[in-house]
Structures are given as C-alpha cells and as structure tokens.
Design a protein around this ligand. Structure first.
Ligand code: GAL
Length: 423
C-alpha cells in the first residue's frame, strides 16, 4: 500500500514505512472472518454524544449479539486527539475495526494512501435510494464509496439561555445580522452577570468555526466556497474584517475560556452562567441530556445572525480500514449504520438529522423537526473547514495553527498571514 498521502499529512517520520497489499496484517482485508471483536475508535465522550453512541451500539447489539464491542474512544472535541492516534495505527498496520471520520476531504489522505476498503457492497440499493445525494457524494471523495455517514449536524447556530436573554432585554427574533449579535452581547454584558458568549479557546477549532461562520454571515456562501478552494488573497478584506469581528467578541467570553472544553463552555448555557454560544447542534444533544432544561422554555436557538437560509453541514461517518482485525464484524457494523433503525436511534440523541430521507420523524422532537424543515428549505449547504469536509487535513491543520495563535494574541495581521500560507 502507498502511504504517501498519510505520511505527508503530518506523519513525515513514517514516510519510509511500507505495508502489504491491504490483505495482510491481522485481518483478511474484508473478505470475511477475523475476530468477533469490533474495536470502534471515536471522540464521542461529551454529554449527549456518549448517549447517542450508546443508543447506536445498543441497536447494533440487538441485531448482532454475536459481535463483542470494544468501545475505545480518543476523547477531544472535533477529533482533536483522534487524528494522530488513527494515523499512527493505520501506518503501523494495526488499525481498529472502524473509526469515526468526517466524509469529504478529510478522507483524502486515506484514499490516496489506499488504506481503506471499498464499501460499495455495503451500500445496497436500499441505502443508495434513501441517502441524500450530497451525503452519498461525500462518502466517495475519490469516486469509490469508502465510508458510511450516519448524521448531519448544522454548524451555523447560536444557542441561548432564554431567561438570561429576558433579563438582558434582548429579543432573539431581531438577531438578523452580525451587528444585531454585537448589540445583543453588549446588552447582556450591561444588564446581567452572565458571560455574554460562552466559548472555549483551549483548542483552536471553536474559534476557527466561529470565524468561518462569521465570514459566511458577512460575505455569503459563494465567497466562502471560493476561499475554501484556496483563493485567499481575493478575499483579504473580507477575511480581515471577520477576524476583527471575532477579536471583538473576545471581551464577551467567559473568563475561563482558555482552560475549558467546548462542552464545559456549553454547560454555562445550561446553568444560566452564559447567554449565547456558537456551536454545532451537538450542543443541543447536551441540552437534551440535561434534566429539566427544556427546548423553548429554557433554551432556544437561531441561525447564526446573517446566515438564515444557510445549513453548514458537519457529517460523521465510519470506515473500513484495510488490514482489518474483524472484517465480518466491521461489515455488519457499517451495514447497520446505513439503516433507518440506526439513524433513528442515533440522531435524536446526538442533535443531528439523518442522512437517510426515510427515517420516521416521530422521535425527532420539536428542535430537530425544525432543523429538518430548515435543512429542506435551505438555499445552500456549505461544508466546513473546522470539521474537515471543505479542505484537506493538511490545510485544516495549517488553519488550526493560525487560529491557535489567534486564540493567544488576537492579532489580525498575524492570523491573516497564517491563513494566507495555509493553502
Ligand atoms: C464534530 C463532530 C460532531 C461533534 C463535534 C464536537 O467534528 O462531527 O459529531 O462530535 O465535533 O466534538
């Protein structure tokens, strides 16, 4: 197998390592057999996310009680820790049975290194007919189906604590553009003791996703897609302006932003210690898992001000690495992830909508029912940088470096330089 793609994606030290033909190692490359133990590596340990995975695994075990689950998380929001773990194991030809990965460009180093099995046979007619086309396309970035997506999250939301907004005299129905957002943050700061904008700067991705969403709010999806394709300098003014806006928000962050994770920041919304948070709707999974914290009466959300009609998609999927220790069990698991039963169990708890169009809406509750309606009514569904679908892992990691610096110094010039050299 060729490892160049993976090696160049931050694994230069292992560039000389060569593997077999994909049929060696502990497994038989997917033609059956292998261990009965399904090792699954993922990062879903936060509130709501853990419960969602448990619900999925429970459904799987009901159908395949013969498979033993080895649930082996690599915790860290947005895969901040998983990436390195997986690259090392794949390069060492000791991969888990399956691992979580965003479909789309995040798969590129794996497909160019030829370390993933073709899962076209898992994609039976039922799946092919039921999946939304854009999601199915993301599962085959190099033309061959290599992953099974299980959910669609929306990134461009702003969630809020209803009573904190009432106390601040902010009417959420007026949150229509970035200026309205800035005014609302100001009102919370003046009128309440709550942090206006809950945030985490422990890792770069929350600020990167805030910036990319602010960029779309100010400049639209066309400009964003053009930027994500690598046309940076044409958008210099727009990039700097949205960096400046994000730098302005930092005075509204909770004081401990630098030392807490995204879900700890989100807990501040649950506890009434913060008014707003910008997050993907995995944040709603955490609210749903919080006893006595109800949609509409206690928490609510709006599309990120200025992005009405946009549904920024964050998807997750599972793959079938070559040298697979448990080809039979892996195939069973991927097939299950593609079913309506799996997606009906997983998504309502996760805060995401299903990529299949035939999953019964009954269990989705009012929040996700609204998201599903907004997805259907949306004008555009851009992919994202912070969640790996819009750019290659190499570009994403360079962008993260720029935003790690920005989290420290909030220097627009330096951040722009970092962004400019990221592509
Ligand atoms: C995203 C992932 C979501 C959620 C989030 C926070 O990248 O797609 O499912 O886990 O990170 O960690």
């Amino acid at each position: 197998m060729k490892l160049a793609g993976l090696a160049s994606a931050g694994m230069a030290g292992l560039a000389g390592c060569t593997g077999g033909d994909g049929n060696g190692g502990g497994g038989d490359g997917g033609n059956g057999g292998g261990s009965n133990q399904l090792e699954i590596v993922h990062w879903w340990t936060a509130g709501g996310e853990k419960e969602a995975l448990d619900a999925l695994l429970e459904g799987f075990q009901q159908r395949h009680g013969d498979v033993e689950i080895n649930n082996n998380p690599a915790p860290g929001g947005a895969g901040s820790a998983l990436d390195t773990v997986i690259k090392n194991r794949v390069l060492n030809e000791n991969p888990p049975s399956t691992f979580q990965i965003w479909p789309g460009k995040a798969l590129a180093p794996y497909t160019s290194s030829d370390v993933l099995e073709d899962v076209s046979d898992v994609w039976n007619d039922d799946m092919r007919n039921a999946y939304r086309e854009s999601v199915q396309n993301a599962a085959q970035p190099a033309g061959t189906l290599v992953s099974v997506p299980i959910n669609i999250h929306r990134l461009n939301n702003v969630f809020y604590n209803v009573s904190v907004l009432e106390q601040a005299g902010v009417d959420p129905s007026g949150l229509n553009d970035p200026q309205a957002m800035a005014d609302a943050l100001d009102a919370v700061a003046t009128e309440t003791d709550a942090a206006p904008l809950a945030h985490s700067t422990q890792d770069p991705w929350p600020t990167l996703q805030l910036w990319e969403t602010e960029f779309i709010a100010r400049n639209g999806v066309g400009a964003f897609d053009d930027f994500a394709a690598g046309n940076v300098q044409q958008h210099e003014g727009a990039i700097r302006e949205s960096l400046q806006a994000v730098a302005g928000y930092r005075e509204y962050f909770n004081g401990d932003a630098g030392s807490i994770s995204w879900d700890q920041a989100n807990t501040k919304i649950v506890e009434g210690d913060a008014a707003f948070i910008h997050q993907g709707d995995w944040a709603a999974g955490q609210y749903e898992a919080s006893e006595g914290f109800e949609f509409e009466s206690d928490w609510n959300y709006a599309p990120y001000p200025g992005t009405d009609g946009v549904y920024s998609m964050v998807m997750d999927s599972f793959v079938f690495p070559k040298n697979n220790p448990s080809p039979d069990a892996t195939r069973k698991f991927l097939s299950y992830c593609g079913t309506a039963d799996a997606q009906r169990r997983f998504n309502p708890v996760k805060g995401s909508i299903p990529p299949r169009t035939d999953v019964s809406g009954e269990e989705f509750g009012p929040f996700l029912t609204r998201q599903i309606e907004q997805f259907k009514a949306s004008d555009s569904q851009p992919l994202t940088i912070a969640h790996g679908s819009a750019v290659t892992p190499e570009v994403k990691s360079n962008m993260e470096e720029a935003f790690a610096g920005f989290n420290e110094n909030w220097n627009v010039d330096r951040a722009y330089e970092g962004i400019n050299s990221a592509f």
